[in-house]
Design a protein around this ligand. Structure first.
Ligand code: BG6
Ligand code: MG
Length: 215
């Protein structure tokens, strides 16, 4: 029986993928006069800030000092935070609120399992922070596709993997859920073939599917 639902943030609860990639684009244009290849967006989706910068530097064969790298990551985060400054509950993705209400009503624990260090701020802005029983601190665990973010939520509630379900929109995230031995719900239109079930949006995660999985 499922006792805990672990949600990724970007692409599942809200969508700030454009803002993340926009912040990287701005940074690379300013510092290296490079216009990032659009296909890099998918490669940085769901992965940590550090892993993202490594992917980008590697792609362009750039070698820089650790100090410069750290400064760039800080600057990217400032760019990103400027871009998300305005967001509010209108940025909630369809079906999210309804599902959170359903989970609360059925006493299923709710956790945030995001790679983002801005997760709590975004939940506050979306006005859904109070639904969450636990927010995994991604700075303490290995990033996706490692299972650690999902395992941290499971362990916090003292549950088994079979009692947890994960929601993810990125390939790296679905891999992380499966590596944690949990049931994976893929969300969105990307090809998430490793997911146990995939819905285009959480609206599709309807009564029939909920009853099948939770009851
Ligand atoms: C994920 C995004 O939610 O968070 C990634 O999909 C991002 O693109 C990662 O790199 C880390 O985010 P932050 O906010 O800690 O830079
Ligand atoms: Mg995501």
């Amino acid at each position: 029986m499922i006792k805990c639902a672990i949600f990724d943030l970007d692409g599942v609860l809200t969508n700030t993928t454009d803002e993340h990639f926009g912040a990287w684009c701005h940074l690379f244009e300013k510092h290296f006069n490079i216009q990032l290849d659009k296909q890099l967006e998918i490669k940085t989706k769901g992965v940590s800030r550090r892993d993202s910068i490594e992917v980008l530097l590697d792609y362009y064969g750039l070698h820089i000092s650790e100090e410069y790298k750290q400064n760039l990551m800080d600057e990217k985060n400032r760019n990103y935070r400027d871009l998300i400054n305005h967001i509010d509950e209108s940025k909630l993705m369809d079906g999210v609120l309804d599902l959170l209400v359903y989970l609360k009503k059925n006493k299923i624990k709710i956790a945030l399992g995001s790679a983002s260090r801005n997760g709590e701020t975004i939940l506050d802005r979306l006005k859904i922070r109070d639904y969450f029983d636990y927010i995994v601190d991604p700075s303490l665990v290995k990033g996706k596709p490692n299972p650690d973010i999902f395992l941290a939520a499971r362990d916090f509630f003292n549950l088994s993997s079979q009692e947890c379900i994960g929601f993810e929109d990125a390939v790296s995230g679905v891999k992380a859920i499966k590596a944690a031995n949990m049931y994976a719900v893929g969300v969105g239109e990307e090809n998430l073939e490793e997911a146990d079930v995939q819905v285009v949006s959480l609206v599709e995660f309807n009564r029939e599917l909920r009853e099948k999985i939770f009851e």
